[in-house]
Each structure stands twice: as structure tokens, then as C-alpha cells.
Design a protein around this ligand. Structure first.
Ligand SMILES: Cc1cc2nc3c(=O)[nH]c(=O)nc-3n(C[C@H](O)[C@H](O)[C@H](O)COP(=O)(O)O)c2cc1C
Length: 336
């Protein structure tokens, strides 16, 4: 039997499969089922800065100044009844910790510089084993440089570091001019890991109603390629945990991420589509693949196909782009 164990943010895991942040972790039962299916840790759904700010406004409007709302105040929750999103989140961490035997990673999601990352302290006190910091800001202002934006993200990380002692992973977007440079800065600022990449839900235009609509689109296996390439490039350039998130649906997808150098492989869309069975299938497929090729441990294969271990490192760099274009053959039967 192969040894599937790995290390994630300093935590010893029995295998590299970790459900990433999804609504599945809004309640206990689905998470218990994921643990039964073999999940080695769980990243919780995010606590969003916007939700916390709404709570603050709610408390301020209805609890601190109830008189200003006249009759309507009678329909509002009283101080003791009102459970903020933060309270609910902290209760969930406690419930997960008391019922699960796998590590629980809490997730903070927001963008502005003040007043929310400190909540990491309460997450730690509630029992979280680690934190994922998902800080993303949509840069629409031409006066804001890429460097300033990176500083912004690093400031959030540094602020969080001052209030917690548990490990922090930064969940990144793929939109950095020089990702290895940013990753190095994050490591210097005290991050324990990087999770790549955040999946963005792009607003669409509904041509019938001429309105902008938000739609969640789940991933497919082809989405692994962007993450896999960057994992392969970064492995060997950082000692931090590298968590691959994006497009993992099959054991083959997970294997490729590990060979590229991921320490753990996250799953989200596959779990939303097929439930815990998706994780079970990947775990079984991974074990079978390793045994068929006589790998004795995940440690043995991890990163063996990373850029630094390839005879031709340019395979993950610009040469791949040229080769792909030059070897493209148009589909047969199409008239141009
Ligand atoms: C419905 C849905 C909700 C998600 N919610 C969160 C979230 O609250 N916080 C977060 O950091 N990522 C969130 N994600 C992103 C996933 O954790 C994951 O990184 C992403 O979907 C890529 O993985 P996948 O290809 O396996 O879906 C969400 C994804 C989906 C599909």
C-alpha cells in the first residue's frame, strides 16, 4: 500500500486531497460525508468582508440606534437573538472541530485594508488549524499600479500575521505580472502556503433582458492546465506549501498536479457536481495509479515533473507556446 501522506501548511495529512472552499461546508453533514470519503482536511466556505460589514451596519442601525426606526424596530431581532455572520462562522468552526478528526482551515475573503483581517484572530480562537486568505481586489483605477496592488495584498497578509499564530495560506488569482516575485514576497511576509488559483465568476450579459447576470460556472478537467504549469514553475522556487485548485475532477488531474509539485490538491466543482463520491474515486484512482507504477509514496513522486526536474525546463516556459502553435493542425474537413 503506497504512503499517500503529505504536509500542508505544516500539518501532517493522511493524503493530498482537500476539499476547497465551497458552500458544502456551510453545514456539518456534507463535511462529515467528505471526511468519510477520505478528505484529509477541509477548507471552509469564506467569511466575506462584505458580510461582516453588513453585520456591523445591522448592529449599528438596529441595536445601537433602535429608536430611529420607529415602529419597524419592533420587527427587528433583539440584541440577544441576532447572530451575525461572524458568530455563525465561529460556531461552525467549533462544531467542525468537535466532530471532525481532520484539520479545519477557515477562509477570510475580502479586499479593503482595514477592519476585517483581524477576524482571523477569532477564527484561531474558535479552533481553526490554519487560515486561507483570499484577498482580491478588482483593479479598475488606472492610477493604481500593479506594484501598489501587490503591496496592498502583502499588507493584508502582514496585518493578519500580527494577530494569528496559525499558518496562513494565500489564495491567489492568476493575474500577476510576475507571479514568482509575488510568491517570494508573500513567503518573506510570513505566508506558509499558496493556493492557486482563485476561480473567478465573470459577469455575463443576458441578451434577452439586456442585464448583467452572475452565473456560477463549474470547472472541467481542462482548467487544470494553468494551475499545473504554475505549480511546476514555482516548485523549487519556494519552500511554502503549494495547493493546486482548479479543474481537478479525476485521479489523472490530481496526479498531474502532484507530479508538477503540488503538496495538496483541492477539489470544488467535482464535489458540487458528484458529491463525496468524486473524492473517493480520485483517492482510489490515485492509489491504483501509484501502485501500478510502483511508487511507494506521494513524497517520491511529488514535483518529479516540476520545471527544475525536467531535462528541458523550457517545456513549461515560452518554448511550449511556440511548439504548440507550430504543431497545430487544423481539423480535417473544414474549408478555409
Ligand atoms: C459555488 C462555489 C463557491 C465557492 N466559494 C468560495 C469561497 O467562498 N471562497 C473561496 O476562496 N473560494 C470559493 N470557491 C472557489 C473554489 O474553492 C475553488 O478554488 C475553485 O472553484 C476552483 O476549483 P474547482 O475547479 O475544483 O472548482 C467557490 C467555488 C464554487 C464553484
Amino acid at each position: 500500500m503506497s504512503d499517500l501522506s503529505t504536509t500542508y501548511l505544516g500539518l501532517a495529512l493522511k493524503n493530498p486531497l482537500v476539499p476547497s472552499s465551497t458552500p458544502l461546508s456551510r453545514s456539518l453533514d456534507p463535511v462529515l460525508h467528505l471526511e468519510d470519503a477520505g478528505a484529509a482536511a477541509i477548507v471552509m466556505h469564506s467569511l466575506f468582508e462584505e458580510d461582516v460589514r453588513n453585520d456591523e451596519q445591522m448592529i449599528d442601525r438596529f441595536l445601537v440606534h433602535p429608536d430611529s426606526f420607529g415602529e419597524s424596530a419592533g420587527h427587528l431581532p433583539g440584541g440577544r437573538d441576532y447572530l451575525s455572520k461572524l458568530d455563525t462562522y465561529l460556531e461552525q468552526i467549533q462544531a467542525f472541530k468537535s466532530r471532525l478528526s481532520i484539520p479545519v482551515v477557515a477562509s477570510l475573503n475580502g479586499s479593503s485594508l482595514t477592519g476585517w483581517v483581524e477576524l482571523g484572530k477569532e477564527m484561531q480562537e474558535a479552533g481553526a488549524d490554519a487560515l486561507e486568505l483570499n484577498a482580491w481586489f478588482m483593479p479598475g483605477d488606472p492610477k493604481v499600479s500593479g506594484e501598489a496592488l501587490e503591496e496592498h495584498y502583502l499588507s493584508l497578509l502582514q496585518e493578519l500575521k500580527t494577530v494569528v499564530s496559525i499558518p496562513i495560506s494565500m489564495k491567489l488569482s492568476p493575474f500577476f505580472s510576475s507571479l514568482p516575485h509575488f510568491v517570494q514576497q508573500a513567503e518573506k511576509s510570513g505566508a506558509a502556503g499558496i493556493s492557486m488559483f482563485n476561480r473567478f465568476f465573470q459577469p455575463d450579459i443576458d441578451l434577452e433582458t439586456l442585464s448583467v447576470v452572475d452565473r456560477v460556472q463549474l470547472s472541467s478537467s481542462t482548467d487544470t492546465l494553468l494551475t499545473m504549469r504554475w505549480i511546476a514553475i514555482l516548485r523549487g522556487r519556494t519552500t511554502m506549501t503549494l495547493a493546486a485548485t482548479g479543474g481537478v475532477h479525476t485521479a489523472e488531474d490530481a496526479m498531474k498536479m502532484l507530479l508538477a509539485g503540488a503538496d495538496v490538491v483541492h477539489m470544488a466543482s467535482a464535489l458540487l457536481q458528484r458529491g463525496p463520491q468524486a473524492l473517493k474515486d480520485v483517492l482510489e484512482g490515485l492509489t491504483a495509479w501509484m501502485e501500478a507504477r510502483e511508487y511507494t509514496s506521494v513524497a517520491q513522486l511529488k514535483g518529479s515533473m516540476s520545471q527544475q526536474n525536467l531535462p528541458d525546463p523550457s517545456a513549461f516556459a515560452r518554448a511550449a507556446y511556440l511548439n504548440a502553435l507550430n504543431s497545430f493542425t487544423p481539423p480535417a474537413g473544414v474549408m478555409y
